[in-house]
Write a protein that binds this ligand. Structure first.
Ligand SMILES: Cc1cc2nc3c(=O)[nH]c(=O)nc-3n(C[C@H](O)[C@H](O)[C@H](O)COP(=O)(O)OP(=O)(O)OC[C@H]3O[C@@H](n4cnc5c(N)ncnc54)[C@H](O)[C@@H]3O)c2cc1C
Length: 393
């Protein structure tokens, strides 16, 4: 069998188009005051989306029926990496989390009427979305099985109660996908996903969390769900299959995080290299000092290994495989490699690296959070180790 690492011409062309768009149109917005500590505002996002539409690079992963190109995972690896060169890039071309993962989930699981009502405006960029799984204070986290939010049928309506937190993009989202545990009935104790329009007085944002990262529109919120009433057909997919659908979403969604953040690592390395080539100390450029050139070399190798890991998992997903082990491994490999690249790049930049005069400081902060969401490294290692020990791998 012949292995071919070269992307098809149309994928290379699209990735180049995106790369050019990000460098010429998006990077100039990086000093825009509308990029706040809670992410780029909706006003800024919409402005960037319009530029992306004009450049022909808007939402290439969206289903064709909604104006996208429905590109596969390998194509996404090239295109999303190009978008991630600026941390505003994913929001600009509409491939940012959680929307990108939610588009994927809805495209696979939603009924035709739900596609029309929720997926269409989301894929077309007229609406944002959020995914409500994690809970504060002893509820779902690394272990989703600790889910405490409940859903019970009352006549023809579901009644949902609970508390969620760290919910990305909740502020300003047009709808929520809520994970809750069935109370009573045939699926007692099983998790189900529900679709709810926002705003809804029963879904109250209690506070916007001040987090280390700042690249997601709508920030991250803590939310109270109190006596939310939804029609019986508000279920996404089948009752009791919430955990399974979360996996349908997560395997590709965590890989696309890897793709986007890899683009930011490339950017950090580019900035560090530029500095190492021009800044002098002790009679020569920093790059001529072995201690610095070794850091650049390690960055280069980390980026290369992360890219290869992404491509392999993407290839498996495109073949229709679940690739949950591989996406799990990619998530650990990439989140840790990218964090090392950001850290070394800051080190090479010296005092400049500690300032916001370059984007490296922001890349460092944002990529730190990536080692936690979509499963902390330890949880992936633990699950992988258990599969090895039990002979499943
Ligand atoms: C920026 C950001 C955005 C997020 N966005 C969303 C969102 O949109 N929607 C959503 O539902 N959630 C979201 N999350 C939540 C995220 O998915 C959780 O933070 C993550 O699953 C970990 O859960 P936890 O924070 O409760 O950590 P805990 O479960 O409290 O775990 C804490 C630590 O314990 C260790 N640990 C846990 N289990 C094991 C184990 N088996 N072996 C070894 N060590 C272990 C790990 O080091 C882990 O970091 C987001 C989180 C962040 C930081």
């Amino acid at each position: 069998m012949e292995l071919n690492f070269a992307p098809p011409a149309e994928v290379s062309e699209l990735a180049h188009l995106v790369s050019d768009f990000i460098r010429t149109k998006v990077v100039p917005y990086e000093k825009d005051a509308r990029w706040t500590s809670h992410g780029p505002t909706d006003e800024l996002r919409v402005e960037l989306n319009e530029l992306a539409r004009q450049a022909g690079v808007f939402a290439p992963h969206a289903p064709k029926e909604y104006g996208g190109r429905a590109i596969g995972q390998v194509a996404r690896a090239f295109v999303f990496e190009a978008a991630g060169y600026s941390m505003l890039g994913p929001a600009a071309i509409h491939c940012a989390a959680p929307d990108e993962g939610n588009i994927h989930l809805l495209a696979h699981v939603a009924r035709p009427d739900q596609r029309e009502h929720f997926l269409k405006p989301l894929a077309e960029g007229r609406q944002r979305s959020c995914f409500l799984m994690t809970e504060p204070g002893g509820g779902a986290g690394s272990d989703p099985g600790m889910l405490q939010t409940t859903a019970r049928l009352d006549g023809n309506e579901w009644v949902i109660n609970g508390r969620k937190w760290l919910i990305t993009g909740a502020d300003g989202a047009g709808f929520a996908i809520i994970m809750a545990k069935n109370e009573g009935g045939a699926h007692d104790g099983h998790a189900t996903l529900f679709l709810a329009d926002l705003p809804d007085p029963a879904i109250r944002i209690e506070r916007a969390l001040d987090t280390i990262d700042s690249s997601f529109t709508g920030g991250h919120a803590e939310i109270e769900i109190k006596d939310l009433r939804l029609p019986s057909d508000a279920v996404l997919g089948e009752v009791g299959k919430g955990f399974r659908y979360a996996q349908v979403r997560l395997a590709p969604a965590r890989l696309s995080h890897c793709m986007r953040w890899l683009g930011s690592a490339v950017r950090a390395q580019e900035i560090a290299t530029g500095y190492a080539r021009s800044r002098k100390a002790f009679g020569k450029t920093l790059g001529e000092h072995e201690g610095v050139s070794f850091m650049l070399a390690d960055n280069h190798m980390d980026i290369h290994q992360a890219r290869l890991s992404i491509l392999h998992t993407a290839w498996l997903l495109d073949k229709g495989e679940r690739a949950s082990t591989e996406s799990s491994m990619s998530k650990v490999v990439c989140s840790e490699a990218i964090a090392r690249v950001a850290d070394r790049s800051m080190q090479i930049l010296g005092g400049l690296g500690m300032t916001r005069d370059t984007v490296v400081e922001r890349i460092f902060r944002d990529t730190r959070a990536f080692r936690i969401y979509d499963g902390p490294s330890e949880v992936h290692r633990w699950a992988l180790g258990a599969r090895i020990v039990s002979g499943k791998l």
